[in-house]
Write a protein that binds this ligand. Structure first.
Ligand code: UDX
Length: 428
């Protein structure tokens, strides 16, 4: 099929490339001239495993094209997928103006194209609202569940595809679009658009609730002498709970959880409904960051010649994305107490842009440089490079063998046997 993808952010680009990989002809549009120019040259705008290779392969096959012109992108399209950003407004609700702008223009761009799939994360009820505003269009709500760092895998092998529509014919449309994805029929979840939109928030909030609960348990473990990893082991061996998203740490970040959770809280408040559990999830995440900040300040006496090495700036491993990264939130609090030597395997460039003129912050081009001369090391992102690091080398490079492990990547007893002073929340 000829598909248009409007918006080439992380989700839009991965979605477009996977559709092209699966045999569709895809035309993408984005207003970011530089991004489009780079994509046309095969340069990916973000680090995402396999993204570069998939982009090169689709360009070679001529199965994907990029333009700043939405008119070009929709010219021959049978369906348009909207993956435009919906950042929270100052009122804390998703801004859907970019989507509305596209829908307003569409009849003039291609009067024959009516079917539009809204893949962006939008508040429940948006499809109904936009359908009333644009009666000439047929809008389908189909949120995605891609994780940065595994987005291509998640896109090629989706656990489910949501078809949020009042027309059962759209189920056949999605079966056609996803024909070569090898999905079982029961993986297409057909429902009303509002439930589809709601399900995106529900999934993210539920996942974040597991993290925030484990973080709350870890804080209480710190005061009781219990070991959060042992508790995780007990929980993960209960098939009703499962083993995913039970890693306590310094908290969740990223472009989705924080934004979606805040939006949902505000959305519920706007309809006079209680979202106190969702609010508690957000509060626990904030408390976790504060707890690690206090752990550092209380165990690393403040002195301006003190240097703190920080490993991990991206909000999670296998991405260079620093949006809402808890690492950078800690950097913002610690920069006034210490000189900071930052390192991340993929996010250094973004960090350099942020801290270019900051005297107390330096970006190290390797893990060793960040360690050299530091009074302590703080681990904020659980990159494999850090998990597998030579601890004898670490000890030799640090001025003092002090480690604050924000992601529980090392074993406390082993670290102490090696002569480290090891700090974390919830292990002893
Ligand atoms: C999330 C959802 O998982 C995905 O389905 C949705 O489409 C987009 O939002 P993403 O934000 O890319 O994906 O990353 P995710 O793997 O969910 O991690 C989010 C944050 O939670 C990261 O900061 C990560 O470090 C943290 N996390 C994750 C934990 O602290 N503990 C865990 O056990 C898992």
């Amino acid at each position: 099929m000829n598909l248009a993808v409007i918006g080439t952010g992380n989700i839009g680009l991965v979605t477009a490339l996977c559709f092209a990989h699966k045999g569709h002809t895809v035309f993408c549009a984005d207003i970011d001239h530089k991004k489009i120019a780079n994509l046309q040259k095969g340069i990916a705008p973000v680090f995402e495993p396999s993204l570069h290779d998939l982009l090169q392969a689709q360009l070679c096959k001529n199965s994907i094209r990029f333009s700043i012109s939405a008119k070009e992108a929709v010219q021959d399209a049978e369906v348009a997928f909207v993956t435009l950003g919906t950042p929270n407004t100052t009122a804390g609700l998703p801004d859907i103006s970019a989507i509305e702008q596209f829908l307003t223009q569409l009849p003039n761009l291609n009067p024959h194209l009516r079917k539009v799939v809204i893949r962006s994360t939008v508040p429940p009820g948006t499809n109904l609202q936009l359908t009333a505003k644009f009666p000439g269009l047929h809008l389908i709500a189909s949120p995605e569940f891609l994780r940065e760092g595994s987005a291509i895998q998640d896109c090629l092998y989706p656990e489910r595809v949501i078809v949020g529509s009042d027309s059962a014919a759209d189920l056949n449309l999605f079966r056609e679009i996803y024909m070569s994805f090898g999905l079982h029929d029961d993986q297409f979840l057909f429902m009303d658009p509002t439930s589809a939109e709601f399900s995106k928030y529900a999934a993210n909030i539920f996942l974040a609730s597991r993290i925030s609960l484990m973080n709350e348990f870890s804080r209480i473990c710190a005061s009781t002498g219990a070991d959060i990893k042992k508790i995780q082991q007990v929980l993960s061996t209960d098939r009703r709970i499962g083993s995913y998203f039970l890693d306590a740490g310094i908290g969740y970040g990223g472009s989705c959880f924080p934004k979606d959770i805040q939006a949902f809280i505000n959305y519920a408040r706007g309809i006079n409904e209680d979202a106190s559990i969702t609010q508690a999830i957000q509060n626990s995440n904030t408390n976790q960051l504060e707890r690690y900040y206090k752990l550092i300040i209380s165990n690393l006496p403040e002195a301006h010649e003190k240097v703190l090495a920080i490993w991990g700036l991206s909000f999670k491993p296998e991405t260079d994305d620093v949006r809402e990264s808890v690492s950078l939130k800690l950097v913002e609090k610690l920069r006034y107490h210490y000189r900071l030597q930052l390192y991340d395997p993929k996010a250094n460039t973004h960090a350099a842009d942020l801290y270019r003129d900051t005297k107390t912050i330096s970006i190290s081009d390797c893990a060793e440089a960040a360690l050299t001369g530091a009074s302590a090391l703080l681990i904020c992102t659980d990159w494999s490079e850090f998990k597998n690091y030579d601890l004898f080398k670490m000890k030799s490079l640090l001025k003092y063998p002090v480690v604050f492990d924000g992601r529980h990547i090392y074993d406390p007893a082993h670290m102490r046997d090696l002569g480290f002073t090891y700090h974390t929340v919830g292990r002893h």
